[in-house]
Design a protein around this ligand. Structure first.
Ligand code: DGL
Length: 261
């Protein structure tokens, strides 16, 4: 395996690129952010599937050996269609996130935070039920967390108030939650604030897990990666790319191409 294709609705999936680069430093990565059509999280399953298939086709044209669907919304709504469209292995974000949650939870009471479309799909519920039939899952859509992460307002009063507003609702649905799945590419940037606010509400520590590192582990399990370690990024619109790219990747993006799908 030499080349890994990763796609997301926008730049948030660079959190997955970061994890893959840490785990597989040799991998050549083609990253596609569908920045012209973001957000996917407020769109219908049909539209998310159509957009996701276009992203997949673009990456397959680059002859990638593996596709990672960094976008939770695309993974939750389109993974079956994506996997059926190609013999190339496709790894979504939901199952790795569910695995991380089941491993972290002591009580089997799990909260899932995601976009509206991810929460409505109940994909995390299904994945967690398969891994741990006794687990109980409460899901909550947190649409304001995406723009908050993009603005870089990941701590401080406003971030805490918004997280508090959401998490009070989640813990009212199940006060015994001990683990939260950050089921959206953007939420890992808010992980510290979410964990702190959740622990305040629950009166005990709450684990917070996301899909990125587990996805990278699953990619690594497919075999050794001997590429040139280069990251090539493609976006369908280039607004605020330098600022947002650096925020999610943790370093500047060197190679970016504007493309049409
Ligand atoms: N990438 C999306 C996800 O992980 C969040 C942004 C969007 O709504 O498109 O669900």
């Amino acid at each position: 395996m030499r080349t890994v294709g990763i796609f997301d609705s926008g730049v948030g999936g660079l959190t997955v690129v970061r994890a893959v680069r840490d785990r597989l430093p040799g991998a050549a990565i083609h990253y596609l952010g569908d920045t012209a059509r973001v957000p996917y999280g407020s769109k219908s399953p049909r539209t998310v599937e159509r957009y996701s298939l276009a992203c997949l086709r673009f990456l397959l044209e680059r002859e990638v050996d593996l596709v990672l669907v960094a976008c939770n919304t695309a993974s939750a709504n389109a993974l079956d269609a994506l996997s059926a469209a190609t013999p190339t292995p496709v790894i979504g974000a939901v199952l790795p996130g569910a695995r991380a949650a089941v491993a972290a939870s002591q009580t089997g009471r799990i909260g899932v935070l995601g976009t509206l479309s991810t929460v409505r799909s109940r994909a995390y519920e299904s994945a967690i039920a398969e891994l741990s039939p006794a687990a109980a899952v409460a899901g909550l859509a947190c649409p304001l967390l995406v723009p908050l992460a993009e603005e870089g307002w990941t701590d401080g009063e406003i971030a805490e108030q918004i997280c508090h507003r959401y998490l009070v609702e989640l813990f009212a649905a199940d006060p015994d939650i001990d683990t939260l799945v950050l089921g959206c590419t953007h939420y890992p940037l808010l992980a510290d604030t979410i964990s702190r606010v959740a622990a305040d509400i629950a009166g005990r520590p709450i684990a917070a897990v996301d899909s990125a590192s587990t996805m990278a582990d699953e990619a690594a399990a497919l075999g050794p990666t001997e590429g040139d370690g280069r990251l090539r990024c493609y976006v369908t619109d280039a607004t605020r790319l330098d600022e947002l790219g650096a925020r999610f990747l943790g370093s500047a993006i060197d190679e970016v191409e504007l493309v049409d799908l």
